[in-house]
Design a protein around this ligand. Structure first.
Ligand code: KIV
Ligand code: ZN
Length: 388
């Protein structure tokens, strides 16, 4: 298989892992709208759903398969024939179908979820991949709870499923347990110890229980993974999944990594708003890249530095992620430079003495009001100028 070694594939699971969030369920037409926006964003794979889980989810996979042509359409299954048959049927219209099948890989899951043994689980994993491969060429295998699995057993499982036909091997940190070094070394271990690893792409799928999903995904990529599973706004089970906008902007910002994706980051704000409103899931204001405050400068020291040269306090251009421009917020923490900037923007070039007078009044009002808007600035300027 020939792959550009510097290309990182983006597997979006907003409509599967993301949609598992209580209260975020979507109707099929809404899913189709999001899928089209994901296609325009440039994702490589859309995980459209888990067809066996409900008739509605089955139908969504059918409709998404018809509506989208560029990205691979992927359907989730457990490692059993019934799930795989449902996925095959739901993917009937997909131009580029993928089945995502898998089973637990940690001793915790093997013992307490499956009441089974490593040998039995390995056999079931291989059987599921072989069964799915009869219907669909592109098979992704997930080793659930790989974050807590024994590396030697995980390597054995990965080698066996690749030999059975898996084209992508997903190494999920299902419980968001790993630290970046631990997760990265797991991917490195697989790269170094699985004989046929070059016949498949390693995928990272990290949950955010300790706030490390993005850092862990990045560590996996640096150690050789070339597909990352993520969601818009980082939504997903419990504390969520890796945020698509974060991991892709890291790759875009750090040229030293020499890795690239097909994502057009200018769509980020628009698709973030779309997912947030359709799923009734507000984005926290300080969320990286897409939060309301992600490009708002509010302290006097930062505002002054920003106004002297924006790169003093800006590592990403807001226009690169679909946000109009940076925001110089006026509060009691702002300095004269920020106030002068807004006065000039509103048509007032004041000399130093008048600026000082407006600034004195500004601080009193800002202490009372919190945030100062354009009307307040104009009112204060007019008050000072009228008194002369
Ligand atoms: O977190 C996980 O392990 C998953 C798998 C089903 C891929 O979502
Ligand atoms: Zn998951």
């Amino acid at each position: 298989m020939l792959h550009d070694p510097n290309r990182v594939y983006i597997f979006d699971t907003t409509l599967r892992d993301g949609e598992q969030v209580p209260g975020c369920q979507l109707a099929t037409p809404e899913k189709v709208e999001i899928a089209k926006a994901l296609e325009a964003l440039g994702v490589d794979v859309i995980e459209a759903g888990f067809p066996i889980s409900s008739p509605g989810d089955f139908q969504s996979v059918v409709e998404l398969s018809k509506a989208v042509s560029e990205p691979v359409i992927c359907a989730l299954t457990r490692a059993n024939k019934g799930d795989i048959d449902a996925a095959v049927a739901a993917l009937k219209f997909a131009k580029r179908p993928r089945i995502h099948t898998g089973i637990g890989s940690s001793d915790m899951h093997i013992k307490y979820k499956f009441n089974s043994t490593r040998e039995d689980i390995l056999a079931r994993a291989v059987e599921a991949v072989k069964y799915a491969k009869q219907f669909v060429e592109d098979i992704e295998f997930y080793a659930e709870d790989a974050g807590r699995a024994d590396n030697v057993f995980l390597a054995q499982m990965v080698e066996a499923v690749i030999a059975a036909g898996a084209t992508v091997v997903n190494i999920p940190d299902t419980n968001g347990y790993c630290l970046p070094e631990l997760y990265g070394s797991k991917i490195r271990f697989l790269k170094e110890n699985v004989k046929n690893i070059d016949q498949a792409i390693i995928s990272v799928h990290c949950h955010n229980d300790l706030g490390l999903a993005t850092a862990n995904s990045l560590s996996g990529i640096i150690n050789g993974a070339r597909q990352v599973e993520c969601t818009i706004n980082g939504i997903g089970e419990r504390a969520g999944n890796t945020a698509l906008e974060e991991v892709t902007m890291i790759l875009k910002t750090h040229h030293d990594l020499n890795l690239h994706t097909n994502i057009n980051s200018k769509h980020f704000r628009q698709i973030s708003d779309m997912v947030s409103s359709m799923m009734r899931m507000p984005v926290q204001p300080n969320k990286a890249i897409v939060g309301q405050n992600a490009f708002a400068h509010s302290s006097g020291i930062h505002q002054d530095g920003f106004l002297k040269h924006r790169e003093n306090y800006e590592i990403i251009k807001p226009e690169d992620v679909g946000v109009g421009s940076a925001d110089i917020v006026l509060t009691a923490r702002s300095g004269r430079h920020a106030l002068k900037h807004h006065l000039e923007r509103l048509g007032h070039e004041l000399d130093k003495a008048n600026l000082d007078l407006v600034y004195e009044r500004f601080l009193i009002l800002a202490d009372e009001k919190g945030r100062i808007n354009d009307e307040d600035v104009l009112f204060l300027a007019n008050e000072v100028l009228k008194a002369q």
